[in-house]
Design a binder for this molecule. Structure first.
Ligand SMILES: [Zn+2]
Length: 449
């Protein structure tokens, strides 16, 4: 049953993403890897544009946030301090017969696991299901040549810890004063048992996280500020405001003083789902790292001559999830006046579109292909363009509409006479004649944020 009034476009989107080179299943020729996805030529541009928008808003356009790029592998004690070794677990049930694993709350399980009446939903055997056991969601590997317990390291399950352990390095090297933040974009890994919904929940994913270090007592106002800032950012990407909402947490982690999710309505049966979390984490993380490392992680407040462990306001957004939200939000099918065939459009914000302009010679003669090539080469120095000289002009427009290209530039018979070309707007379908030397500026002006 759909839980959302917005349509379920996921199947169409998965197909479009594969056909046009946005997203492929990982290792597809071997049958695929469970819930791992590869970004193709257009997908990598979309995701990179998205990450650039975040980096610009959070790091470059501010003087109170610094960026870092911490390693994925960290000292194993980090994950003891963070609580992930002891607490980052899901209760799971094993079938002794078919070796399949299930979440303890899997509704397909009949009976009480661990008793003879319980039935495995896969192989159908009775009495083969174990009692629920806690299973850690971190990916484990070994550092160095010996595979023994002393050399176990983890693929980080979140990027945040790389920021906490570098708090003083960054503060002292940049001479930032509290309040200030540290931001990073990077891969994280979780061995989810029930991943799914395309790139919504994957085992390998990319996070964009920022930890803002504040004086205790001022944390509530910073929390409110960041909640609003982050919602405003999602709106600025072109996500429909009606499909965005805050969801306060019903239950808080024991160390958390406040938490809210930003949810997006993915439509269909998925409905509203979290794309970002904003958390007031108190001094939990720095306090734990002080305790486990034995190193002071205090900030020295020089004017007041005192030391304190800052509180942390965290903003944590998934790059893959937000990319999916952008695709869902942008997908539309519509009639075109005066044409029998409709069109599929990705109405992506121009700053996020993988290709900024299609360049077409109207026909393959009379100097038009040469002029189109020169124009494409000129535009390509500023932004990604696609030169297309095959098929009817209408088909070429449709191919660009489908991947979200905001402008299509056509070189026609008049172009070779007076040096002007037509520039067509993806959304309004309006065409304007622009002198070819000014096309790059015309488009650049309209694709910036
Ligand atoms: Zn079984």
């Amino acid at each position: 049953m759909p839980v959302s009034t917005n349509p379920d476009v996921m199947d169409k989107l998965v197909s479009l993403c594969k056909r046009r080179g946005f997203i492929f299943q990982s290792s597809e020729i071997y049958g695929g890897t469970g819930s791992v996805w590869d970004y193709g030529p257009l997908g990598v541009e979309l995701k990179k544009n998205l990450k650039d928008r975040w980096w610009h808003a959070m790091v470059r356009a501010r003087d109170d946030i610094e960026g870092i790029d911490a390693a994925i592998l960290m000292h194993p004690r980090v994950w003891e301090a963070s609580g992930h070794v002891a607490g980052f677990t899901d209760p799971l049930i094993d079938c002794k017969n078919c070796k399949k694993r299930f979440r303890a709350d899997d509704p397909k399980i009949k009976g009480t696991p661990g008793t003879p009446d319980a039935q495995c939903p896969v192989c159908g055997m009775k009495g083969t299901l174990s009692e629920p056991r806690n299973f850690n969601l971190m990916f484990k590997t070994f550092m160095g040549p010996v595979e023994e317990s002393a050399s176990v390291v983890y693929l980080r399950p979140e990027t945040a810890q790389g920021i906490f352990v570098n708090f003083l390095n960054v503060q002292q090297s940049t001479r930032q004063k509290v309040p200030f933040g540290i931001a990073q974009i990077g891969k994280a890994f979780r061995n989810e048992i029930t991943p799914g919904n395309f790139i919504f929940r994957t085992r390998e994913f990319e996070q964009m996280e920022m930890q803002f270090f504040v004086e205790p007592g001022t944390d509530a106002e910073h929390f409110d500020y960041w909640k609003e800032q982050r919602m405003e950012w999602h709106r600025s990407l072109g996500l429909n405001p009606d499909r965005l909402r805050f969801k306060p947490h019903d239950q808080l982690a024991h160390y958390a003083r406040a938490a809210a999710d930003i949810e997006f309505d993915f439509g269909g049966s998925l409905g509203f789902q979290e794309i970002e979390g904003i958390h007031n984490r108190s001094d939990f993380d720095l306090g734990r790292h002080q305790e486990y490392s034995g190193k002071k992680l205090e900030y020295f407040d020089q004017p007041n001559n005192r030391r304190f462990v800052p509180f942390v306001i965290e903003t944590s957004v998934g790059a893959d999830r937000t990319a999916l939200a952008l695709l869902v939000n942008a997908y539309r099918e519509e009639e075109v006046a005066g044409e029998s065939e409709g069109r599929t459009v990705l109405g992506l914000h121009p700053s996020l579109a993988p290709i900024k302009a299609g360049v077409f010679p109207l026909v393959k003669k009379d100097g038009m292909p040469e002029m189109a090539q020169r124009l494409a080469a000129d535009l390509r120095r500023r932004f990604p363009v696609f030169l297309d000289d095959s098929g009817a002009i209408g088909r070429r427009y449709r191919r660009q509409d489908e991947v979200g290209t905001p402008f299509c530039v056509t070189v026609d018979g008049q172009s070779t006479q007076d040096g002007t070309v037509t520039v067509r707007d993806r959304d309004t379908l309006q065409q304007e004649r622009v002198a070819s030397p000014f096309v790059a500026d015309y488009i650049a002006e309209r694709i910036t944020t």
